[in-house]
Design a protein around this ligand. Structure first.
Ligand SMILES: [Zn+2]
Length: 221
């Protein structure tokens, strides 16, 4: 049995074993399948903040909503940092209230991101999506609750994510397509070549990791 889970995609219900990312205020909740919902730093103005938090709060109660996010901090895009930080904290609180993992978008603010999360007693998994950072940055996230979701960058030779895969497979690794025009199977195939591990074996590892993350929410056999 193959599942090839895609934990972060912007393509609506393209694949049954996927988590479609709803950007609050931009995308609507899909009629089918699992989703995550978050306020993405690129797509809001300060005036929309409270309205968007209400949208996330409401959608988070949907049993098909598996995680809060993508949300986080972006150095190059979005509102001023103090606003991004406030909006991120609101979403951490929603995740805590709703017992849901977080899916993180972070550009050039990993130490600050870690510092903010450390202020909370956050017990759920935190998925660092599109992780393509150097090993030193990855070392900030040794705690078991952090996992790295790797995508398209695995296809590029010499990307940081190749080292992340080698260092942290299988216990901290998930895969995603994000908005890349690529099939999730191809990401698994590439990981298989890098690790020299059969892609079905990788699939089984990811599947069992997801069982532990979403134990009560996805009916995984
Ligand atoms: Zn994304």
């Amino acid at each position: 049995m193959q599942s090839f889970w895609d934990v972060h995609t912007h393509k609506e219900f393209h694949y049954k074993n996927s988590i479609y990312n709803v950007i609050a205020g931009k995308d609507s909740i899909p009629d089918l399948g699992f989703f995550s919902i978050g306020i993405h730093p690129w797509y809001y103005k300060e005036s929309e903040e409270f309205n968007l938090i209400e949208i996330v709060n409401k959608a988070a109660k949907n049993p098909r909503c598996l995680a809060i996010g993508e949300c986080g901090l972006d150095k190059f895009n979005g509102p001023p940092l103090f606003i991004q930080e406030r909006v991120f904290r609101s979403q951490i609180n929603i995740a805590i209230q709703q017992n849901k993992p977080l899916i993180i978008h972070c550009v050039k603010h990993y130490p600050l991101l870690k510092k903010i999360i450390d202020e909370y007693d956050f017990k759920y998994i935190i998925i660092l999506h599109g992780f393509n950072q150097k090993t030193e940055t990855a070392k900030l996230f040794v705690e078991e609750k952090y996992v790295f979701s790797l995508g398209n960058s695995l296809i590029l030779n010499n990307s940081n994510s190749i080292e992340i895969l080698k260092n942290y497979y299988p216990h901290k690794i998930l895969f995603e397509t994000d908005n890349a025009e690529i099939l999730i199977e191809h990401i698994y195939e590439k990981a298989s070549q890098i690790l020299n591990v059969d892609k079905n074996k990788i699939d089984i590892e990811v599947h069992s990791k997801l069982k532990t993350i979403f134990a009560d929410k996805i009916n995984l056999k």
